[in-house]
Structure formats: C-alpha cells, structure tokens
Design a protein around this ligand. Structure first.
Ligand code: CA
Ligand code: CA
Length: 401
C-alpha cells in the first residue's frame, strides 16, 4: 500500500479519546511470575475470562460487538484458553474508528522501561489486502501529550509483518496464517539517546534501535493496545476484505526488572532452527562439513583428531536451547563430545557435554544445560570414541524455542 495511506491511520488515532477506565483493584501478578512481570494475561485464570462483555481486570474494552473479543479454546498458544478477535467492515465505530482492541490504561510513568511478550495467530482467512491493519500499538498518553502518530505499532500489510517506529517502517517478512508467532518488544520510552527499541520474532532478535523511542513532552509513557484496528474501513479507503480474525495469547507485561525470558511465550525446545552454513576445524576432502547439514544420513562430515569440531552457523543471533546430532556408525560406537555456543563466532561458552547413546544412527537431541540463550554459532567438538580418532557426524542441527 502507499505510504501516504498507511499514515492515514495516524489521523484517526490522534483523535481517539479513550473511555474513562473503570475502577479496578490493584492487579496482582500470578504467583509464579518473576518479580519484574507486572501482568500475565494468558486467559487461564477464570477471573480474566470476562470477554465479550468486559475487558479483563486492568484493561479497557474497545469493541462494540458480541464477537469483537471472545475467549476461545482452539487454538491456544499455551494452556487451554486464548482470546479471539473479530472485526467486520460493517461494525460500529469505536473510539473514532473500526477496531476490536483491548487497551492498557494510560498510566505508564514517564521514561519507563517496559517488556511486552505475546503471541498472535492470524486466522487462515487473513488474506492479503492492500489495506493494512494494526494488531499491536503503543499509544502516547492521551492528556498532556503531543498529538500525531503513536510511536510504535505492529502491522500486517500486503501479506507482510511490519513495524511502524516513529514513522519509519521496518519490514519483518511475509506472514504465515494459522500458526502462532511469538513477539517480544523491549522499549525504554525515552526522548534522548538512552531510549531503546528491541524486537524478537519467534526468538530471533529482528530489531535493535538505540536512541529516541517516543515523542517528547508528555507526562507519561505510551500504553499498550492489542487486537485488530483497521482504519481504512472507517475512512472508505480501498480494501478487498470484509472480515479479520486473529487469536491472541500468552501476554506478559514486564517492567525494568524483567528479562526476555520472563515475558517471552514459553516453548518446548523442539523447534528446528534454520542452519545457514556449516564449517569445520578440519575435514577430509571427501567428507566436507556441508555434508552434515544436507538432510542426508548417508553423507557425513569427517575430521581427524581429538578436538575436531563442526561449527553450525544459524545466520542470526537467536534463542537456541539445544541441538540434534547423528553420528556415523552411531549404533556401533559412542562418541564423547561438547557443544559450545557463540554470538560472534569468536567467543564461545560451553553449553553441553556428554556421550552419545551408541545405539542409533538417528539424530539424538541434547538440551543445553544452562537453558536457552542468545547464540548464532554452535561448535560441536569430538573428544573420544572406542574405535579411533575420527569425528564423523552425518547430520547436525540447532534447536530453538
Ligand atoms: Ca492461554
Ligand atoms: Ca548428511
């Protein structure tokens, strides 16, 4: 879509006046939450399943239909419940535009550092449209703050994920429907060089912008909203769809004490991380390191000598939690090996050591002893087997969350 039309949403947003927040008791974080997590909204607590008649405690309702925001059991990102949002082109206007959103209250202190973790599942009916929509936005405060555009939003636009950060669009690649996509946003809401925006998508950090993060002059930091906001349906701009549906789950809001792990949607360590290339400290010409990532258990990397290492490069710093390794003659001999992880390919940290089973030629999974960590490179080093001094790995892979 044209940038000018994409920016049209700003006009509508700027004129938005939130309904006064209802009076609610102080929100208590779930007992298991770390100290820095201010609020978990995973819909598993019955007291949170207030949809569609009201927003859950501490949030504000911004939908006008009985289907605008509901609780659903399928699909759920975690546990048994998620929130389902549906917006139709014919829906009534809410807060000056077409939206089905749940909003934080406008009460974030100025200059705050905040973490936002959540997962979004776009329905399979989420067809490409020349008209964009916002699925998360961080709105500047309503009273005493400068007007204009909210400083930060997550959008879908013409089949792609995009971030609007202070008027600059960051393309995060095509979206896939019918799957959960995990997002973590870390923002220090400052108006000077101490500001920061970091974004992780499915465990991979995709944005890092230091510097001004929000507009100046306001008494409070932006507040968070999520759901579906499609302003073109109000302005009459062209759109080829008439309905949008998504599911939302695993929302965690953290303060300056929180960490990535505190708010990130939790995953089991089973997701294969893409491996861009493989190298090795040594290899025989007939068995190069690329043979260990070709998906073929009949080809292998072989390097001679104790300490010979295969190095996987995942192409980007991402959350890694384990590895898979299949050994040549793995059903006939065990292998002692170590795995080290690195962000830069220079400085490595040991994340696992042990012995293969010796009973299978299939890939075996190991989970890092220290848990998930940010890394790009994995070094698998061979130290012993009962037959000879050759390291021979038929396939190796990295696992993410
Ligand atoms: Ca849930
Ligand atoms: Ca192979």
């Amino acid at each position: 879509m044209r940038r000018s039309r994409l920016r049209a949403w700003l006009v509508a947003v700027a004129s938005t006046v939130l309904a006064a927040g209802v009076t609610l008791g102080p929100g208590q974080p779930a007992a298991a939450d770390p100290a820095g997590v201010q609020r978990t909204l995973d819909w598993e607590q019955s007291s949170d399943r207030t949809l569609p008649s009201a927003a859950p405690p501490q949030f504000i309702k911004q939908w006008a239909t009985e289907y605008g925001a509901t609780n659903a059991t399928v699909p759920a990102r975690d546990g048994s419940y998620a929130a389902r949002f549906e917006l139709r082109k014919t829906d009534p206007v809410v807060s000056s535009s077409k939206r089905a959103e749940i909003s934080q209250r406008d009460e974030q202190p100025v200059g705050a550092e905040r973490w936002y973790g959540f997962s979004i599942n776009l329905a399979t009916t989420w067809a490409h449209d020349t008209s964009a929509e916002i699925v998360s936005q961080w709105h500047q405060c309503d009273v005493g703050c400068p007007g204009g555009s909210p400083p930060l939003a997550l959008l879908t636009d013409e089949g792609r994920w995009k971030i609007d950060f202070r008027g600059q669009f960051i393309d995060l690649g095509p979206y896939t429907t019918g799957v959960w996509v995990d997002w973590v946003f870390h923002v220090t809401w400052r108006t000077d060089s101490t500001g920061l925006l970091q974004v992780w998508k499915n465990g991979e950090r995709v944005v890092h912008r230091a510097g001004v993060a929000t507009h100046g002059g306001g008494p409070r930091s932006p507040y968070f909203k999520f759901g579906i906001y499609k302003w073109d349906w109000n302005t009459g701009a062209p759109s080829s769809v008439t309905q949008r549906v998504l599911h939302h789950d695993a929302l965690r809001l953290g303060d300056e004490r929180a960490t990535y792990k505190d708010v990130a949607p939790q995953r089991t360590c089973t997701r294969a991380a893409a491996v861009a290339s493989a190298s090795a400290t040594t290899y025989e010409p007939s068995s190069p390191p690329a043979n260990a990532i070709d998906g073929d258990l009949t080809t292998r990397w072989s390097g001679q000598g104790f300490g010979a290492a295969l190095i996987l490069d995942t192409g980007a710093v991402r959350q890694l939690c384990g590895a898979t390794v299949a050994w040549h003659r793995g059903n006939l001999r065990w292998n002692d090996y170590t795995i080290h992880a690195s962000q830069d390919g220079v400085s490595y940290t040991k994340v696992w050591e042990g012995r293969s089973s010796g009973t299978t030629t299939a890939p075996e999974t190991v989970l890092f002893t220290a848990g998930p960590l940010d890394a790009r490179h994995l070094k698998i080093s061979f130290w012993a087997n009962p037959e000879n001094d050759w390291a021979s790995i038929t396939e190796a892979g990295a696992l993410g969350l």
